[in-house]
Design a protein around this ligand. Structure first.
Ligand SMILES: NC(=O)c1ccc[n+]([C@@H]2O[C@H](COP(=O)([O-])OP(=O)(O)OC[C@H]3O[C@@H](n4cnc5c(N)ncnc54)[C@H](O)[C@@H]3O)[C@@H](O)[C@H]2O)c1
Length: 377
């Protein structure tokens, strides 16, 4: 495979995937296609933007003609599809944008790839359409751990087991889809379309469902960068409900490595769950962030605890997500590389050291810059 289209490469996870592929595969031509919505920021890719094996294309995945043109022009062999609207709170306010990008956009990309690949003599031979999805499509799990352990759960030993009284302990690849938010409903729908293109037309597709990611370059509307930035500026830290909801956190570079492994070695038409066996109650993770930021800024212990502000819970807030990623470990040998303590330390340091990146976003400068740069196009 030579020409790889990565969609959403100017976003958080996409930028890590683009960087990994551009650096690791000098023989591949990496085409990063991104609409540059509020969440897309080319500053995330400054270090690789002049590489000879890298091209950026500004386009909307929901524009079918444009997808046809790009896939044909760059003779795309493989697609890693990350472009999406990704923030649950925004989906609650504006579900239509999520349906347009996540559902219709994915469909346009599938259709354009199908038409191009079916026009070639080798058709689907050596081709791959890899769709990145989320664990949120599975719905929510019970909060209470059957063994009575409080979060953060030490789940390695019992992962994947079923428990009569509490239902499923973890999301496995067999868990039925049961999305609750407009975001997860739109992702679930796009996953179904991807599988339908395999089942109906024989397109070589793969879907992966990953847990919450954290790390550098995440847009500061999401919990970890938002809170690091707010602590730094002594702003309130808004915690939904009582902060009891549990999420399973994975360092973003570990996700990018998993994507690389699965793109090259994953079985066509299969699904892999990706997670770090690393569950935290929101309130506990917030305390870890506060402790780390205060320590790195030289503040006394407990200095920023007073910033915690409990706010009305998110509508339909899923209680717990937890991924069983043993299939990926067993079949393809992938494992998370970082312990959480190490990952969170690296992450906090990165945001504190890259204040300019953060200020650029919070001031809106980067959006104005793109508007100017792409005016009339
Ligand atoms: N962040 C997580 O914790 C997480 C976890 C599991 C799965 N995912 C999935 O991974 C993917 C990437 O997530 P992220 O957190 O990096 O998101 P993000 O919001 O940081 O980035 C999304 C990118 O997609 C681009 N985009 C949006 N609409 C577009 C359109 N119509 N056409 C072209 N580009 C468009 C944006 O400009 C942005 O660069 C998403 O599909 C998301 O559902 C994310």
């Amino acid at each position: 495979m030579r020409n790889i289209l990565i969609t959403g490469g100017a976003g958080f996870i996409g930028s890590h995937v683009v960087r990994l592929f551009v650096n690791k595969y000098p023989d591949y031509h990496i085409v990063n296609l991104d609409k540059l919505t509020y969440a897309g920021n080319l500053a995330n890719l400054k270090d690789i933007e002049t590489r000879p094996n890298y091209t950026f294309v500004r386009a909307d995945i929901a524009d079918l003609d444009e997808m046809r043109r790009v896939i044909r022009e760059y003779e795309i062999d493989g697609i890693i599809h990350l472009a999406a609207e990704s923030h649950v709170d925004r989906s609650i306010k504006d579900p239509f944008t999520f349906a347009r990008t996540n559902v219709m956009g994915t469909l346009a990309l599938l259709q354009a790839a199908k038409e191009y690949w079916e026009s070639l003599p080798e058709r689907y031979e050596g081709k791959r359409f890899y769709h990145i999805s989320t664990d949120e499509v599975y719905g929510a799990l019970e909060l209470t751990h059957p063994e009575g352990v409080d979060a953060p759960f030490s789940t390695k030993a019992s992962s994947g087991q079923k428990h009569e009284a509490y239902g499923e302990l973890f999301f496995t690849e067999e868990t039925k889809y049961n999305p609750h938010s407009p975001y997860s409903a739109s992702k679930a729908s796009s996953d179904h379309f991807v599988r339908a293109y395999h089942d109906t037309y024989g397109m070589p597709t793969i879907v992966t469902n990953c847990s919450n990611n954290y790390g550098p370059y995440q847009f500061p509307e999401k919990l970890i960068p938002l809170f690091i930035n707010n602590i730094r500026h002594r702003k309130p830290l808004p915690v939904y409900g009582k902060g009891e909801n549990v999420r399973d956190w994975l360092y973003v570079e570990d996700h990018a490595r998993a994507i690389d492994t699965i793109f090259h070695e994953g079985r066509v038409a299969d699904t892999y769950n990706i997670g770090g066996f690393n569950e935290w109650k929101n309130i506990d993770i917030i305390r870890v962030i506060i402790r780390t930021v205060d320590r790195l800024l030289g503040n006394p212990e407990g200095y920023s605890d007073e910033l915690i502000t409990f706010v009305t819970d998110r509508l339909g807030h899923d209680m717990r997500y937890a991924i069983d990623s043993r299939k990926l470990q067993r079949e393809l040998g992938w494992e998370p590389s970082l312990q959480f303590e190490e990952g969170i330390e690296k992450t906090v340091r990165w945001y504190l050291d890259n204040q300019e990146w953060m200020d650029n976003i919070t001031s809106g400068d980067y959006e104005r810059y793109y508007e100017e740069m792409y005016k009339g196009r």
